[in-house]
Design a protein around this ligand. Structure first.
Ligand code: PEP
Length: 257
């Protein structure tokens, strides 16, 4: 983390795990565990159907609400889809784009990720852009090249003045939901490489100000060490974001002195 230059953001990704009726008790418990907001920004990215309940439950706290996906088109005949404008209209602030589960199960590509980034920015949302390598790619020793390509593709055409709204989440696919975390050094190496890509594209000032999260089995036990790394500015958290005690401990780790 480097609080002097950029935001630390701890974001939960609930995926298809909770029910709307569970949101209020969850929020009450978390607010009891973390009564005071500190410097770390907290976000819950939730399924579309839970957005109104989450906005209501966290209304009097400094927790922001995000979505887990969006459609790249501004409006029109796309049955079952949700646009960036619809999310912004509800009061959503963040949106996860290009999560590896969407790339793997729903055919999302670097091209569609880039379109979604533009759609989110156009509507005033803050994209959390996910990039990451598979185990095979890591073993082939092509991680840094691959991540560089993913970041460049996601940011294609994004003007410098919109970069302050972009968050990048480095999520090695082999570490998501598996209990296997990248070591703090492995995670920092890739986050540092992402910052280098941004520096080459946009210059040192913007690179220094960009929040780069790590995601992949981050939990209450390993968060402190991961977040102590100079280029890791927060976490995107799946499993541990479903348990208030665990998520609260991660927030505390992000608020360490
Ligand atoms: C995620 O879904 O982005 C994630 C990192 O999940 P988990 O924390 O469960 O590995």
């Amino acid at each position: 983390m480097n609080r002097k230059y950029r935001k630390t953001i701890i974001a939960g990704n609930w995926k298809m795990n909770m029910l709307a009726s569970q949101v209020k008790p969850f929020a009450e418990e978390l607010k009891t565990l973390n009564p005071r907001a500190k410097w770390c920004e907290t976000v819950f990215c939730v399924p579309y159907v839970m957005i109104p309940a989450a906005l209501k439950a966290f209304k009097d706290s400094r927790v922001a609400i995000g979505a887990e996906n969006l459609n790249e088109n501004p409006k029109g005949a796309f049955t079952g889809e949700v646009s960036a404008a619809m999310l912004a209209d509800l009061g959503v602030k963040y949106v996860i784009i290009g999560h590896s589960e969407r790339r793997q199960y729903y055919g999302e590509t670097d091209i569609s990720v880039n379109k979604k980034v533009h759609a989110a920015l156009e509507a005033g949302l803050n994209p959390i852009v996910c990039v990451g390598e598979s185990l095979e790619q890591r073993e082939m020793d092509i991680t840094l090249e691959l991540i560089t390509l993913q970041v460049k593709a996601a940011l294609a055409g994004v003007p410098a003045e919109k970069m302050r709204r972009i968050v990048i989440a480095y999520e090695p696919i082999w570490a998501i939901g598996t209990g296997k975390t990248a070591t703090a050094e492995q995670a920092n190496e890739v986050c540092c490489a992402i910052r280098t890509v941004i520096r080459k594209l946009y210059g040192a000032r913007i690179a220094r100000a960009t929040t780069i999260q790590y995601g992949g089995s981050m939990n209450e036990k390993n968060a402190r060490e991961l977040l102590a790394q100079p280029d890791i500015d927060g976490g995107l958290i799946g499993g541990a974001s479903l348990v208030p005690e665990k998520f609260s401990a991660i927030i505390d780790a992000a608020n360490q002195e």
